[in-house]
Design a protein around this ligand. Sequence first.
Ligand code: FMN
Length: 247
Amino acid sequence: MAKLLTPVTLGGVTLKNRVVMPPMCMYDVAKEDGLPTAFHHAHYGARAIGGVGLIIQEATAVDPVGRLTSHDLGIWNDEQAQALTGLVAEVHALGAKMGIQLGHGGRKAADEAQPVAPSAVPYDEQGTFATPHELSLDEIKATVQSFADAAKRADQAGYDVIQLHAAHGYLINQFLEPTTNLRTDSYGGSLAKRFEFLKEIVIAIQAVTSLPIWVRLSVTAYADHQNSIADYQQIAQWCGTPRCKSH
Ligand SMILES: Cc1cc2nc3c(=O)[nH]c(=O)nc-3n(C[C@H](O)[C@H](O)[C@H](O)COP(=O)(O)O)c2cc1C
């Protein structure tokens, strides 16, 4: 507790204190265009005024088909990046650092008529979520590129940290978990193969920005969760390997 309000340096980024606001989707993009609104400026600005050291912006879609809902923020185009530049500048001016959580909902893209996933396994059997289309190899490459393009835009917009949403049953998590990844190609099977999608994303992002990359994992029970804590320790170690390559 004594250290809570003292500075800390993480991945080369110095925070004025150790209070970090986690990403929380606000579902407040009424126009469904992924652009921040007056609400987002007030919401994040208020936390910066409140003294938070690091704000991690809510899950922000790298691809429109990956929005958790159609009211999510997005960073899949330059207009969005330009608008987010203003938001980041405000937060910085108010004394906080700002990260962005890059996300793709995969089969949990609730408003998508045709979501995508590693395998055609629906999120629920009740039909609330559509059965996803199984990503082809070319589509996987394109999705990896979407993450890298989003990270590059985030860097240009002034964010201090990139966080990858690899938790909570969303697309990256769907690749990691054997219940949702039934693939028999190089992206499915062993833990190392299920890690391949995340690994390629990390490597692709490292190629376009030197910003620190944080990876958010769900380590204990989540829906359809089978990986053990030891599996996630292994994944975390692989993520931390220089350039994510030597496993
Ligand atoms: C409204 C709401 C939206 C959330 N959205 C996200 C999100 O976009 N990304 C994410 O990783 N976690 C999200 N979470 C989870 C939070 O980041 C956080 O882990 C959770 O509220 C538990 O907080 P705690 O870790 O301080 O106990 C959300 C939580 C809430 C309540």
